[in-house]
Design a binder for this molecule. Structure first.
Ligand code: IPE
Ligand code: IPE
Ligand code: MG
Length: 247
């Protein structure tokens, strides 16, 4: 029986996020340039998007480029931006065929203009699609996002539109770039690193974390389904005791 067949379709997490890591090491192991690793990561993106849509995941977030990744050597950053443009152009048709909406979170203004343009076109084109929303985190970091949210909330308080006493969980959530979707229930990170690297710090408060040693270019549908299967075995308690949370 495959991992997909073992999945309980009545318990699919509505939002799954993925830290796609290990492209550089994948390339290095074969004596290739890091950029070749990034190119080979595109197939893993396609497989993951298809796998998620097939079992009814509603929101899939992929961490593609962090605020900190700007500090990488210029040639690698340029290659990643070029790859982003070519992948968006190539994959938009697949997104349309599969009824998947594309959206992006992060400091989109900081991206090169051709990147921004292609991204915005793909977002507009797929805006009416309803099967799943694919959220690409680009030039994203959670601390950056929380700072932006804090500024918006401070401005609302200063303008008298909000009282400081009314700031609660929902006000913070509503001011984050993920305000349109539920918090992720499952976070997957590839490449054997056990850290969050500034990704969705607020939103991951009660997410189940799943780490695999697979390097991102080797990640396939079956690996995604294994993560879902593992998630479904977890006992999620949200601070309570088991008897309160099991039905
Ligand atoms: C993930 O792979 C892709 C990005 C962060 C853009 P890495 O490039 O981080 O690969 P490793 O971690 O060096 O192997
Ligand atoms: C996290 O991977 C960012 C993305 C996957 C886009 P990194 O490779 O940049 O993270 P660190 O440096 O291992 O923490
Ligand atoms: Mg890495």
């Amino acid at each position: 029986m495959s991992a997909k067949e073992r999945i309980d379709l009545s318990k699919i997490p509505s939002h799954v996020c993925v830290i796609m890591d290990g492209n550089g090491r994948w390339a290095k192991r074969q004596g290739l340039l890091r950029t070749i690793g990034h190119q080979n990561g595109v197939k893993a993106v396609r497989d993951t998007v298809e796998a998620a849509a097939e079992i009814g995941v509603k929101f899939l977030s992929l961490y593609a480029f962090s605020t900190e990744n700007w500090k990488r050597p210029r040639w690698e950053v340029d290659a990643l931006m070029d790859l982003l443009v070519s992948s968006i152009n190539k994959e938009t048709k697949t997104l349309m065929d599969n009824n998947i909406r594309l959206t992006a979170i992060g400091d989109i203004e900081s991206l090169p203009s051709n990147c921004r343009k292609n991204l915005q076109e793909a977002i507009q084109k797929t805006a009416g699609n309803t099967r799943m929303t694919l959220i690409i985190a680009l030039s994203y970091s959670s601390r950056w996002e929380i700072i932006q949210a804090s500024k918006k909330i401070a401005e609302a308080v200063a303008a008298g539109r909000l009282s400081a006493d009314d700031i609660d969980d929902s006000v913070i959530s509503a001011n984050l770039s993920t305000s349109f979707c539920p918090d992720p229930e499952l976070m997957i990170r590839t490449s054997g690193e056990h850290r969050i690297s500034n990704f969705m710090l607020w939103q991951l408060a009660y997410a189940e974390l799943y780490f695999t040693d697979k390097l991102w270019p080797d990640f396939r549908k079956e690996d995604f389904y294994e993560a879902i299967e593992d998630f479904q075995k977890r006992d999620r308690r949200y601070g309570m005791v088991q008897e309160q949370t099991t039905d």
